[in-house]
Ligand binder design. Structure first.
Ligand SMILES: NC(=O)c1ccc[n+]([C@@H]2O[C@H](COP(=O)([O-])OP(=O)(O)OC[C@H]3O[C@@H](n4cnc5c(N)ncnc54)[C@H](OP(=O)(O)O)[C@@H]3O)[C@@H](O)[C@H]2O)c1
Length: 334
């Protein structure tokens, strides 16, 4: 096994160490009266980005039924058609939506809904199974876990999914889901500006993959956004919802820009770009991490796939980063 691949927890599935996040390529949709997409997208550019990533060794693709209210799954399915045997596909369920108005409508985690959502995702993707099926409702009640696990195990038995996981930042919920025999992963926020030791400990205990969302702090870690940047209002970062930490009021949060400046030189040493350095930090953080940077263009696909070539940061660099970020203890570890 080289540094370019990782095993997806107990599933045994082999994935590229860097994946592809497909939220942005879903295009616009609304949630609770605010834009929940990343602005307008060009589907041809999205397809080119997916294929470029695949050609450069990226084999793990993460989407959700709700991204663009089905559009992300359709575009991803089109881009991957004829190449399903090369990829491991992850999608999500649990958030309900109206595709006609491109609007999120609520949540449903009932067994009947899970089955319907799974069939609908398979249809939109244009494939016969989902490798990793993830619960998208991060704070779903733990009392529902047994019922959801039973429904998901049935889908495994029928060959519609191979494994499942929870997209949540709560280590206790991740651990509760791990009692399911085919639970293989937790998807959670993790990047060099926001460490989550408690969640990584759960992954070690239960042999789960740590699928890392927001690995580039929603673009802030690429270095292209500064104090004067203003994100467009049709971008989820432009009309920033309450939960967003890296962008506030449409601008990158100054405390995180300061943290980035403190570690910029280390991240960009060894000829890496900032994004490659940020991804290298994640690869070095644990042998279980699989970062899924959101990718919108073929250029971004090239740069992020380049992180596979550079591999993990060295231990000494990890220690230096830890020291340099100590004075910026604005982000609580979980
Ligand atoms: N609840 C959940 O389950 C959940 C929540 C969040 C994310 N996710 C998943 O995690 C994935 C990644 O998270 P994320 O998309 O929020 O954030 P991210 O990966 O930290 O940032 C992605 C954004 O950064 C910019 N970017 C990426 N690579 C770049 C490069 N090489 N150079 C310059 N800019 C670059 C792009 O936007 P711009 O070009 O517009 O700046 C891209 O959309 C999502 O796509 C999704 O699959 C899941």
């Amino acid at each position: 096994m080289t540094d370019s691949f990782r095993i997806l927890g107990r599933s045994g599935l082999r994935v590229s160490a860097i994946g592809f996040g497909a939220w942005a390529i879903g295009g616009p949709f609304m949630a609770r009266g605010k834009p929940a997409g990343w602005g307008q997208v060009d589907d041809e550019e999205s397809v080119a980005a997916v294929r470029r990533a695949l050609d450069l060794g990226v084999t793990f693709f993460d989407t959700a039924d709700v991204y663009g209210t089905g559009h992300s799954e359709r575009v991803l399915g089109r881009a991957l058609s004829g190449r399903w045997d090369e990829v491991v596909i992850a999608t999500k369920f649990g958030l309900t939506f109206d595709a006609a108005t491109r609007t999120l409508t609520g949540e449903d985690t009932s067994p009947g809904y899970i089955r319907r959502a799974c069939r609908a995702s398979l249809e939109r993707l244009g494939t016969d199974h989902i490798d990793l099926y993830q619960l998208h409702v991060g704070d779903a009640p733990p009392e529902r876990v047994d019922e959801m696990i039973a429904a998901l195990e049935e889908l495994v038995e029928e060959g519609l999914i191979r494994a499942y996981g929870w997209s949540t930042n709560d280590p206790e919920r991740a651990a509760a889901f791990a009692k399911g025999p085919h639970c293989a992963a937790v998807q959670h926020d993790l990047n060099v500006l926001h460490d989550t030791p408690a969640m990584l400990a759960v992954c070690d205990t239960h042999e789960l993959a740590s699928v890392n969302r927001g690995p580039l702090a929603m673009g802030l870690l690429t270095g292209k956004y500064g104090r004067d940047s203003r994100l467009p209002m049709d971008d989820v970062r432009g009309d920033s919802p309450q939960w967003m930490t890296f962008f506030k009021d449409g601008r990158p949060a100054p405390e995180f820009l300061a943290m980035l400046e403190a570690i910029r030189d280390i991240l960009t040493s060894d000829g890496r770009t900032l994004a490659q350095g940020a991804l290298g930090w994640l690869l070095a953080r644990s042998g279980r991490t699989v970062p899924i940077p959101g990718i919108r263009t073929a250029d971004q696909a090239e740069q992020n796939a380049g992180a596979l070539r550079h591999g993990p940061l060295a231990q000494a660099q990890m220690e230096q980063i830890h020291e340099l970020l100590q004075p910026h203890a604005v982000v609580k570890s979980q």
